[in-house]
Design a protein around this ligand. Structure first.
Ligand code: ZN
Length: 76
């Protein structure tokens, strides 16, 4: 798989993924992703995206406006 923007190669790594829900912002640190060597755009695989969705659902029950969490702690 290559970057859809610049067609460069992707390398496996970790990113800080930000979910902006408008009234709430969730920052998930250390999310495994495929990162573009050239422009820094990143792509989550399906498994990771589904996990993030369930993390976000869980956090929506809380009333705080900003969350910073660690991916590894949420999926452990
Ligand atoms: Zn790119």
């Amino acid at each position: 798989m290559n970057c859809v923007f610049c067609k460069a190669n992707l390398t496996k790594g970790r990113v800080n993924h930000i979910v902006d829900l408008g009234e709430r912002i969730i920052i998930i640190k250390n999310v495994p992703a495929n990162i573009c060597d050239q422009c820094g755009e990143y792509y989550l695989d399906t498994k990771t995206a589904i996990k993030i969705e369930s993390i976000v659902d869980e956090i929506k029950k809380n009333k705080a406006e900003v969350f910073i969490i660690n991916y590894d702690e949420m999926v452990a």
